[in-house]
Design a protein around this ligand. Sequence first.
Ligand code: IMP
Ligand code: MG
Length: 184
Amino acid sequence: MSEVSAADPRLEGRAVRRVVYDEAALAAKCQELGAQITAAYPDGDLLVLGLLKGSFIFVSDLVRQVHRPLAVDFLVASSYGDATVSSGVVRLLYDPETTLEGKHILLVEDIVDSGRTLGRLVEVLRERNPASLEICALLHKHIATELSHPVRFVGFDAPNEFLVGYGLDHAERFRHVPYIASLL
Ligand code: IMP
Ligand code: MG
């Protein structure tokens, strides 16, 4: 675990408890997950579906570590607004045009908290008859009560703290911070 640079202008002067995952740890994890995903899909069409906005950086690093053919698409499901606590409502803002039927779908999420977002999405995507439907989450808080579907690929078991950086935001700030930090 590295020292937080109080001088990092990307943090806008916010007090940060600690850096939880630094850039090297995140890069190593993408490599590890990429290898697992490559091995898990020996054949068939693979569609990586990133959940916007939080997964945009993770998806871009992850897919470059998957050594087999694939396609990438994104969808938006929003449940938090500007709050740090889930409001409980999942809105599907965009449906991918891509056909899901007969494809291996890998849903990529930044962090599983209550699991509400993913639980709802899994229901919706299942109706489109994919060949398989699995979840890859960079972070898992393991407090999910609303997700019956197992998360097949998990990066890190995350602490129950509010995290920002590497795609994760607080009120749309800090997504571009290249490491993951815990906000005070
Ligand atoms: P869930 O539906 O409660 O599992 O919430 C998942 C979504 O909430 C994630 O995709 C994030 O966008 C957001 N979220 C949950 N925990 C955090 C956090 O610690 N930092 C930033 N965003 C979070
Ligand atoms: Mg968010």
